[in-house]
Design a protein around this ligand. Structure first.
Ligand code: CA
Length: 492
């Protein structure tokens, strides 16, 4: 136990120890194949404290907890940005997203062809394709809406979901066809879903539909090495849940918190289905599953809880960037381990390419590292000497040996995360030389980064664009009418 906060997970750890013993005896019979499957289960805006494996007694996540108890829990797992879009760009490329100017949520204007991951940066699906992997993405893409940025153009063989940064959950609310029909802000949450390039209707609650599609994908691809990116938009706002899941929380009186909890239960049932399917299909031992949230809980916005961590989504504090994070791989990764060294979502790509022995020597250098040797004990060091975060023009942060530097406007902060996990005691004045050293290494890193490469969310003038589209359509019709009138004339 590193911090008193983790005392409330003692019970969890007692089970975990049994799992370690069991796994040790059992794992001698398992063999990792050359090309393990990879499943990344990403939730959206879920708080650090809102999983059983981080001590929640209020929200039930028995299946998500299996990833931690049958695998390894990261107590200090980070994402590379505390907001959806940039965090996903980092996770998918294994590189700090500011290296390629992905500094904010991209516009959803479908005419902007660079509002996503640049084509000379490779995402996990693109990296694994030459090694024979089939890839699928379910749920939230958020990496651009221009046709050239569509998942099918970016290495994914299968896509079932939506292109924007959020969505409504009930089938009857998915009542516009596509972005050309948007007449007001956030109406893009109402578009019909996409199955690859085709618009389709769904019958069930969105989260359940995504889980069912994950099951179908696994059954279909069981004989190939695959990468499945299950990008649930739950529990991101709008807070919407079905009675089935709400009924599990009679003890939560706050309506918003109850709905948020119910949304997580739907994800949890989906994780259960995914785990069961892997077992049924006989590929359980050789599938690496990462579970994490894309950023810390936004607290009031979706009634999430980051526990003792300070701040939430958008903030440089631990509540913004430290997320529930676990990995399970029966063939190689120890079960029931609590890993306390800092790790980051950028490590996911590095882990799979190393384990699958994919040659990436011609790709741009990764910022992540293969975590497996650290989890097996083969490497006793720290995966990262330093981690960095940047919100371009707003704040900067870095972490070395659990000393965290934050600079925000004119305020300078230094926290000892080991003894002050809640970042309450700013020791900057007592330790300016340490702060300056961290600043120096930050500045070196910052020089390698780019400014924002594309317009951000909110910049889309959909009224103008759709008016232009309507006018273009009208003028096309006018021309066609004229032409057919001329043809009619000629025929007469
Ligand atoms: Ca998010």
């Amino acid at each position: 136990m590193k911090h008193p906060y983790f005392k409330n997970t003692l019970k969890f750890n007692a089970c975990a120890v049994l799992c370690v013993v069991f796994n040790f005896c059992f794992s001698t019979t398992l063999h990792a194949s050359e090309k393990p499957n990879l499943i990344v289960i990403l939730t959206d805006d879920q708080g650090y404290a809102d999983v059983g494996f981080n001590g929640s007694k209020e929200i039930f996540t028995p299946h998500i907890d299996r990833i931690a108890t049958e695998g390894t829990r990261f107590t200090q797992g980070y994402v590379s940005y505390p907001v959806c879009g940039p965090s996903r760009a980092g996770l998918l490329t294994g590189r700090y997203q500011d290296r390629f100017g992905f500094v904010g949520n991209p516009t959803i204007d479908p005419t902007v062809d660079n509002a996503g991951i640049p084509k000379d940066e490779k995402n996990i699906a693109e990296v694994l394709k030459p090694a024979g992997y089939t890839s699928g993405i379910l749920g939230k893409w958020h990496m651009g809406t221009h046709p050239d940025l569509h998942p099918n153009k970016r290495g994914f063989d299968h896509f079932f979901g939506f292109l924007s940064g959020g969505h409504r959950y009930f089938p009857e609310e998915l009542n516009i066809n596509d972005l050309s029909q948007v007449t007001k802000k956030w109406q893009w949450y109402n578009t019909r879903l996409l199955r690859n390039n085709e618009r389709v209707d769904i019958k069930e609650y969105l989260t359940d539909e995504l889980s069912n599609d994950a099951v179908d994908f696994i059954k279909r691809e069981k004989d190939n090495p695959f990468f499945l990116y299950v990008a649930y938009n739950a529990p991101h706002a709008p807070l919407q849940a079905t009675q089935e899941y709400l009924d599990r929380y009679p003890h939560i009186k706050n309506k918003r918190r109850k709905t948020y909890a119910a949304m997580i239960s739907s994800v949890d049932d989906g994780v259960g289905k995914i785990l069961d399917t892997l077992k049924e299909q006989g590929i359980d031992d050789n599938t690496i599953i990462f579970f994490l949230s894309d950023n810390g809980g936004p607290l009031e916005k979706n009634a999430s809880d980051n526990g003792v961590l300070r701040g939430g989504k958008g903030a440089p504090f631990e509540g913004g960037v430290r997320v529930p994070f676990a990995v399970r791989w029966p063939a190689k990764i120890p079960a029931g381990l609590d890993y306390h060294e800092p790790v980051i979502s950028l490590d996911i790509l590095a882990t799979i390419v190393d384990e699958a022995k994919v040659d990436i020597s011609k790709n741009k250098p990764l910022d992540g590292v293969n975590l497996v040797p650290f989890l097996t004990g083969e490497n006793k060091g720290q995966p990262h000497d330093v981690l960095f975060w940047r919100s371009h023009g707003r704040w900067q942060a870095s972490l070395t040996n659990n000393t965290k530097m934050i600079k925000q406007k004119n305020s300078q902060m230094l926290y000892d995360i080991n003894t002050d996990i809640s970042e309450q005691n700013n020791v900057y004045k007592k330790n300016k030389s340490q702060y300056n050293k961290l600043q120096q290494s930050y500045q070196q890193w910052n020089e390698e980064l780019e400014d924002g490469a594309f317009p951000k969310l909110g910049s889309w003038d959909f009224k103008k664009q759709n008016a232009e589209a309507v006018n273009a359509e009208a003028s096309k019709n006018q021309k066609n009418n004229k032409k057919s009138a001329e043809q009619s004339d000629a025929q007469e």
